[in-house]
Design a protein around this ligand. Structure first.
Ligand SMILES: Nc1ncnc2c1ncn2[C@@H]1O[C@H](COP(=O)(O)OP(=O)(O)OP(=O)(O)O)[C@@H](O)[C@H]1O
Length: 275
């Protein structure tokens, strides 16, 4: 991988006004997003709000139907998708899982497993892993090819609360050790908050964005989370006050129709709610 020190701050991927349209409807529209080397960007939003669509567009799995996506030349991406198809009837060791997409020296496999804290599980059958161990194995698999950009679609599935914290700390350690950029999807802002640089809230479009600190400092956050605010226990659930129509326009709270919602602003102080 390129030296983090030399290329620190380099923009790895940038989306400008990107939109994806399928079956006559915009899945996401007007998305502006950038991930720089050494930065952790977290996408949050309700189910079906376009988070996976956005990351797939960012890394080139999906082409945008409008707008632009630019990736740094020669960008290496490590992608852990939301769903992994494993044929559980076939024996598959962690080591083989790591090599499914191509040969790798044993030492590199071992180093990646060490980096995610499961060096002892190289020979273990994937079927026997716990939820947290499986997520770590997937992370090792993405890391082993030394990506510039690590993309993780809900990395804590099947992981309990303390395991979630450990995994997010691991993700931050990886960023610190390798200097890669990280684009993360999470439902768990309460846990990810301390580990992320920028939070982008999606609901078919970018509703708001900001540093986790700006969320913490916002009066709405204090009002809503009170005593829990100190524990950084918060869920970032918007009261979305407008509806996206199939043609890409929006119906505002007062019933009027607008071309865009105009909600993409740089403060995370919209109304948030506890789960
Ligand atoms: N190829 C497709 N054709 C039509 N609709 C699609 C297609 N892919 C995704 N969708 C729809 O687009 C919307 C956004 O999906 P996406 O998977 O990006 O959401 P998400 O925010 O990642 O959701 P979740 O939190 O549930 O994982 C959903 O309503 C989904 O059903």
């Amino acid at each position: 991988m390129l030296q983090a020190t030399e290329r620190s701050g380099e923009t790895l991927v940038e989306m400008r006004n990107a939109g994806v349209r399928r079956a006559g409807r915009w899945l996401v529209r007007g998305v502006d997003l950038a991930v720089r080397r050494g930065e952790i960007v977290t996408l949050i939003g309700p189910n079906g709000s376009g988070k996976s669509t956005t990351v797939k567009t960012a890394i080139g799995v999906i082409a945008p139907d409008e707008g632009e996506v630019r990736r740094a030349p020669g960008l290496k991406v490590g992608y852990v998708p939301q769903k992994v198809t494993v044929d559980w009837t076939l024996p598959l060791s962690v080591e083989r899982l790591m090599r499914l997409t191509g040969p790798l020296p044993r030492a590199e496999v071992a180093a990646a497993l060490e980096a995610v804290g499961i060096p002892h599980l190289a020979a273990a059958e994937v079927q026997t892993l716990s939820g947290g161990e499986f997520q770590r194995a997937l992370l090792a698999r993405a890391l082993v090819r030394k990506p510039d950009l690590l993309v993780l679609d809900e990395p804590v599935q099947g992981v309990d609360f303390s395991g979630e914290i450990a995994l997010y700390q691991l993700i931050r350690d990886i960023r610190e050790r390798t200097g890669c950029g990280i684009l993360l999807i999470s439902h768990d802002l309460h846990v990810v908050m301390a580990e992320t640089d920028t939070v982008i809230c999606l609901n078919g479009h970018v509703c708001c964005r900001g540093t986790p600190e700006s969320v913490l400092r916002s009066p709405e956050y204090a009002q809503l989370f009170g005593a829990r605010a100190g524990e950084t226990l918060a869920i970032y659930n918007h009261h979305h006050d407008h509806t996206h129509l199939a043609d890409g326009r929006v119906r505002l709270a007062d019933g009027t129709i607008a071309e865009r919602c105009g909600h993409d602003h740089d403060h995370a102080g919209e109304r948030h709610d506890a789960r």
